[in-house]
Design a protein around this ligand. Sequence first.
Ligand code: 13P
Length: 337
Amino acid sequence: MTTTATPTTVPTTATDGLRAATAALVADGRGVLAADESPSTMSQRLKAVGVPPTEEHRRAYRELLVTAEALATDVSGVILCDETVRQRLADGRAFPVAIAEAGLATGIKVDTGTEPLDGADDGETITRGLDGLAERVAEYAVLGARFAKWRAVLHLGAGRPSSRALEANAEALARYARTCQDGGLVPIVEPELLAAGGHRLEVCAAATARTLATLARALEAHGVDPAAMVLKPNMVTAGEGSRAPAGPGEVARATVDVLRATMPTDLAGVAFLSGGQSSETAAANLAAIRRRGGPWPLTFSFGRALVSPALHAWRGDPTRVGDGRAALLREIERVTS
Ligand code: 13P
């Protein structure tokens, strides 16, 4: 892996404006809609519902999402991928312009995906995207982006996540976050421990604690301002294949305990990923997490849990755009009520 960012212990020069933009992303119970699947992932999702995976279908689907009526009531920002941030709505407006006019902030996924860590074949990965990142951040800011996202992917089970994987991904996340803050974008920092496996909740709790503790050290070492970033972690759950799935109360207790033990109190906020949970489960767990509370705003930055029903309702049919929007708004309502 080559990088262009320089490690530094000098605190970031994150401005009051950047801190205010960060606070706005997680204020008043609003959360972030993740619609940043790469063209290849989005194409697979389109194919799965029988829609030809063309650039125009990817564009039309994202237009459906960002033009849902009163989206800004419960959503503060929408994360796009590089393809979408350069596209236009049917009425000619660039996506970031339309999103701003709807009262939301545009986010941009700036990582470029994963590759095997040190060529290992045990499934562990490092997320790429530091090359030329400062220049890309500057360009995205000009295009209208106000925040960014970078996702590290960590596996659980059989010696994983290894210390190597934790350290390497924490280092990349911290360099990314610092580069964004220096370039005027709010970083969403996403260390995702995958839910695959049959493990118990306690195993996920221990691995999430190691992940977040490693990350917190790297963020501090790189002078990242916690008040100008949003953490996007997995919830602490039992594995997808566990015979003892945990209920919302247990998930909330374990999740908040791990966050309190590892994260600085001046962190701007926490916006959870849905990680393949159904929207019902993700919503119930988030509600319990919010009831338990923390020193930071606790909200959502869901992808699949919010957008899958919209995709199924639309299925590429222009006469069903309204059904797609209604499905999205129903899921958002479920998560925020
Ligand atoms: P999910 O909510 O589908 O896990 O996606 C969130 C996300 O942004 C993944 O990077």
